[in-house]
Structure formats: C-alpha cells, structure tokens
Design a protein around this ligand. Structure first.
Ligand code: OGA
Ligand code: NI
Length: 359
C-alpha cells in the first residue's frame, strides 16, 4: 500500500546476538564517553515524590475534579512524567504482552530477521535513529510496529507465526488506546478546551505505534547505554516496564532521576507534540535507560501521535501575547517526524525545529 516516507535507519549488528555469541570485549561503537552527569540515587529519588496518578480517580469525574486536575497539571508541568496506577488494564493482559515480547526476542536471529526493518522504513525489527557510520549505538534491540489506526498495520513486520503474539499485541493495543483517549480528554481540559478539544484539533483519533525494546545484560554497565537521552516525538507515550529492574532515568532539575517501577503501573510521559500544543506549559522531558548487569530488561513503549497530515501548533487557549507569547510555529506533523528520524537521538536537539526564535 502507498505510504508516506518518514525516515530510515542504517542497519547495525544486533547486540543481542553479539552478547549471545560469547564475545570478548565491548565493541567500541557501544562505548559512550562522558555519559553520566549527576545521577540521583534510588533512595534519594524516593523522597522526590515522582508523581503517581490514580487513574480510576481521574476517569470518574465528579466533585474532586479541580483537585485531581491540579495534580495532573503539576505532574505534566513540573515533571513531564508520571506513573499511572489503577488504570483498569488487567494484569493478565500486561503479563501476556510481556511474555509475547520475551518470546519474540528469544527466537533465533534467523527467525527474527524475517521481520527486519527494510530500507526506508521505520517499522520492523532492528534499530531507529542510526544515521551515520560513526555514531554511538545503544545496547538494545527493538521491534517497532504501527498498531492503530488498524488500516496502518503492516503485517509483513509482525511475527505472525509466533503463537499468541498477534492476539496479545492487539489486545494490549486496544487497552492502551482506551487509556490514551481518557488521558487526551484530561489534557484537553487542562488546556482550556472541551474534553474532545485535542481530538478535534487532531482531525480524529490518536494514532498508535508500539516499540518493544530488549536490553541484554552487560558486564560493564558503566560504559554503555540501553537508550540514549532523547525526548519522544509523540503526543504522549505509555511505557510498560519490568517490575523488578530499574532502567529508566529522567532529566529533572538537571540531574538523572531513576524511575523505580511500581508493579503493574504504566509510566506516562508528555511528548513533543503536547509540549508544542501546550505552548511549552507541559514538558517533553529528556529520558534515557541504563543497563543492568544481572538481568536483561524488556520495555514496551506505546507511542500516541497525531495524523501525519495534521498541522500541530500551540492551541489558542494557551497563547497570551502579554504573558505567554507563541513559542512554537505551526508545523505539519510528518515534517516534524521526518526531522526527528533524520537525526541520531540527542536529547532535545530535534525540538529546535519547531521553536520560534527571537528575531
Ligand atoms: C523509548 C524509551 C525507555 C525504556 O522507547 O522511547 O524511552 O525504558 N524507552 O525502554
Ligand atoms: Ni522515549
């Protein structure tokens, strides 16, 4: 079927297979120098009160409306990240998708390669954001699939012969969409719009793509990164991670703060499109993931984003010429995504593309 071109990534050797092959030393292209900066210890992070949002409370409406919206407002403004509990997605659905993703990565390389990202595609098994022979690579493998709208599914990249994979992913995708729609409705209200305000501005429902990450163990976690610092080019992202391995870190007050998983919760982060629409009120925060020495880690990122053809820009209700002048230009979403995929992941550098600069 006809498809808009959004980007490509150079093919790279699979680190999972290198680790499987009894390798001798860490390949130079995986060694990140000067990566650390200030890291907040897990104990100290506990006291920072990383926001936790009770979703059952959020979705109910009613008398505490103002109070709960205030909590969400502060989470999006001061952190750009929060963990969602009581989201209503059954534990067995979370377990099923985790097991399906684990089973995929356990397949022999020859089998996984059948779903390899093709040239000029961003979907499939492989890597995104590799744009030069010389850049540093992450200690990870991934498979990225477009899941919604359903006509965007590209089944040649789906491991359909893996028993239960398709069912697990479809079920998980449906549940994430329900959650995402409720979150979007709340973000609309926070931005001074009706509940369906952002949906209307986006010309219809959110689109969805799911990126499944596998991070092998590494004996020298100090040298490598699971996932380089970046912000997500999405409206927002829902991340399901292993309950017992902390890997994700977010930039908060110039330091890296670890996000300790709450079992069965989901991590939500504001993406660039929401930062732009909120005229900078809600922050698309830089994040990265670090390696665990003892256990491989799986994470499943559900990206929610506008239609390619949609123009995004600060919504009228968030602009005030006196106090909050327009900080971003209006831009067709696909142009933004193309810019993002033409680069390596490098913090928030790609977001400059949408910024209005002082003359
Ligand atoms: C991502 C991402 C973090 C993680 O896929 O965009 O930020 O913990 N992943 O895997
Ligand atoms: Ni991310």
């Amino acid at each position: 079927s006809w498809k808009i071109w959004v980007g490509k990534s150079l093919p790279v050797p699979s680190i999972q297979e290198i680790v499987r092959s009894d390798f001798q030393s860490i390949p130079q292209r995986h060694i990140h120098e000067n990566k650390d900066g200030t890291i907040i210890s897990e104990d100290l992070a506990d006291s920072l009160e990383f926001p936790v949002i009770d979703f059952s409370f959020l979705a109910k409406g009613g008398e505490d409306e103002v109070q709960k919206l205030q909590k969400l407002h502060l989470a999006c403004k001061d952190w750009g990240f929060f963990q969602v509990i009581n989201h209503g997605v059954k534990e067995e659905i979370l377990e099923k998708i985790k097991a399906a993703v684990a089973a995929f990565f356990e397949l022999p390389f020859q089998e996984k390669k059948k779903y390899a990202m093709a040239e000029n595609e961003t979907e499939g098994y492989g890597q995104n954001f590799v744009v030069s022979e010389h850049q540093k690579h992450d200690w990870s493998g991934m498979i990225y699939l477009l899941t919604l709208h359903s006509q965007n599914r590209n089944f040649k990249f789906w491991p359909l012969s893996l028993p239960g994979f398709k069912e697990a992913l479809e079920e998980y995708s449906r549940e994430m969409q329900k959650l995402a729609e409720e979150l979007q409705a709340n973000f609309s209200v926070l931005m001074g719009l009706k509940r369906d305000g952002l949906k209307r501005l986006q010309g219809g429902g959110l689109k969805q793509g799911i990126r499944m990450n596998y991070y092998p163990i590494c004996s020298r976690p100090d040298l490598v990164l699971e996932c380089s610092p970046h912000s997500d080019g999405t409206s927002f992202t829902l991340l399901l991670q292993d309950d017992d391995v902390t890997g994700l870190q977010i930039k908060h007050n110039e330091a890296w703060v670890p996000v300790k998983p709450i079992p069965n919760s989901l991590v939500v982060n504001i993406g660039d499109a929401t930062e732009i629409q909120s005229n900078g009120m809600y922050k698309s925060i830089e994040h990265r993931a670090i390696i665990n020495e003892k256990k491989p880690r799986i994470s499943i990122a559900t990206f929610m984003f506008p239609d390619d053809e949609q123009e995004i820009g600060p919504v009228e209700t968030m602009i005030d010429d006196q106090n909050h002048p327009k900080l971003y230009r209006n831009i067709k979403y696909v142009d933004y995504v193309r810019e993002m995929f033409s680069r390596k992941m490098e913090g928030k550098a790609h977001t400059q593309f949408a910024k209005l600069h002082d003359k």
